[in-house]
Design a protein around this ligand. Structure first.
Ligand code: ZN
Length: 416
């Protein structure tokens, strides 16, 4: 049996994310077997001053544009994002496959260094695009859920979209099959890609293959107005009715009525506050979503706009929401931490292995260094996590009990 232990460590424990100071964490064959004071019986690594935190989950990325970091700064999202002519697609083709793969690999390593252990990526470029991210992730102990998409856009002529009667073609259905041979899921970009019938066909095909299904919705008012003008229904309604996805990304411009539709259908939302702010789309209304009964997770979205760093996402979002509501009371620190741990695991369907630390569960967590001059004055590590912690405060990241990232400080400590 492979046994290791961390002695005298703090732990954010259980699905309630409650702080337990001064415990020992015993790990056997990759699973946590004890979280109790004195359980290690003086064997293992002294972890005084550190706090074990559930491995963070990034519920929406496009790592594919990491190689283009900063190049979209100041550019209108309409000119930047949309295939086939949006600048990020032009630039990805320009820099070439090798640079795109290297960018994704760097981004993936930076996730482990910032305590993130699992993520869901919406990958561009059809089957070939999925192959690129697999290559980028080779050998890295990150849990990746890849949603592929069609390689070519648009899917229909403008008049077919306006008539809203045609479905997608047999060839497009075969492309979904080919993507699902290599990816965990499939993602229409948004409801306005296709007709009502096309949305239903995509969903039926993906579910028949037991694939995961997710899409963007409610990002800007244009999502709704374009959908209404073509079909008489808003994009959120059409996605809930025809696609029934595992989760929806964005909802930055969504109304309370639209959140209630998702609450009724039990569809979680992934919000991407730093990137939405940077693109000028506003601050995603998380408190409205929570008050409507919607599960909310966070993602960093385009790597060219925001680093895939969930600590940065939480510190930004907890401030921005208060600023927008002119209310300091919410979100609470534990509401915020849930968006990158328990709620995110629920949204991605990985709660059995990810989202919280517990006895009998995988030893997948990171160690936050609360002994640094920056953090040692915090009484509550959950408050430190969502208002102040940075990737440089991550001492080490463990996945299934194996060291996946170690800061120089942790390496020195382990060598002593
Ligand atoms: Zn996206």
């Amino acid at each position: 049996m492979n046994r290791r232990a961390l002695r005298n460590v703090g732990c954010i424990f259980g699905p309630g994310l409650e702080f337990r100071p001064g415990v020992d964490i015993v790990i056997e064959d990759g699973l946590v077997t004890e979280v109790e004071a004195g359980a290690a019986r003086d064997i293992g690594d002294d972890a005084t001053g550190l706090v074990a935190v559930p491995g963070l989950i990034n519920a929406h990325t496009h790592l594919g544009d990491a190689a283009l970091a900063g190049r979209g700064n100041g550019i209108d999202p309409d000119a930047l994002l949309w295939p086939p002519d949006g600048l990020r697609h032009v630039w990805m083709a320009e820099v070439g496959r090798e640079a795109v793969v290297a960018g994704m690999r760097d981004a993936a390593k930076s996730m482990l260094a910032a305590g993130t252990v699992a993520f869901a990526d919406f990958r561009e470029g059809g089957v070939e695009g999925v192959g690129q991210i697999r290559e980028a992730l080779d050998g890295l102990p990150l849990h990746a859920i890849v949603f592929g998409r069609f390689n070519s856009f648009p899917l229909h002529s403008q008049s077919a979209l306006l008539q809203n009667t045609d479905g997608i073609t047999a060839e497009q259905l075969r492309e979904i099959d080919a993507v699902l041979d290599v990816a965990e899921g499939f993602s229409p970009l948004w409801a306005n890609d296709t007709t009502d019938r096309g949305l239903a066909q995509i969903a039926e095909r993906v579910r028949a293959r037991s694939g995961r299904l997710a899409t963007h919705a409610g990002e800007t008012p244009k999502y709704r107005t374009l959908s209404m003008s073509r079909t008489g229904a808003g994009d959120v309604q059409r996605i809930a009715r025809y696609v029934k996805p595992d989760f929806i990304v964005h909802m930055t411009a969504a109304t309370p009525a639209e959140f209630r539709v998702l609450a009724d259908d039990d569809i979680p939302v992934v919000m991407c506050p730093r990137t939405q702010a940077s693109l000028g789309n506003g601050i995603p209304p998380m408190l409205t979503a929570l008050d409507c009964g919607v599960t909310v997770a966070l993602g960093t979205d385009n790597a060219m706009v925001s680093s895939p760093d969930m600590l940065a996402e939480m510190t930004f979002f907890s401030r921005a929401l208060r600023a927008e509501a002119r209310n300091a009371r919410r979100p609470t620190a534990s509401e915020m931490l849930a968006t990158t741990t328990t709620a995110a695991a629920q949204a991605l369907g990985i709660s059995s292995t990810h989202g919280h630390i517990g006895v009998g569960r995988p030893a997948t967590f990171f160690l936050l260094d609360m002994s640094s001059p920056r953090l040692r004055h915090f009484l509550d590590p959950v408050v430190a996590l969502v208002t102040a912690a940075e990737s440089g405060d991550v001492a080490a990241t463990f996945v299934d009990g194996v060291l996946a990232h170690a800061s120089p400080r942790w390496q020195r400590r382990a060598a002593e």
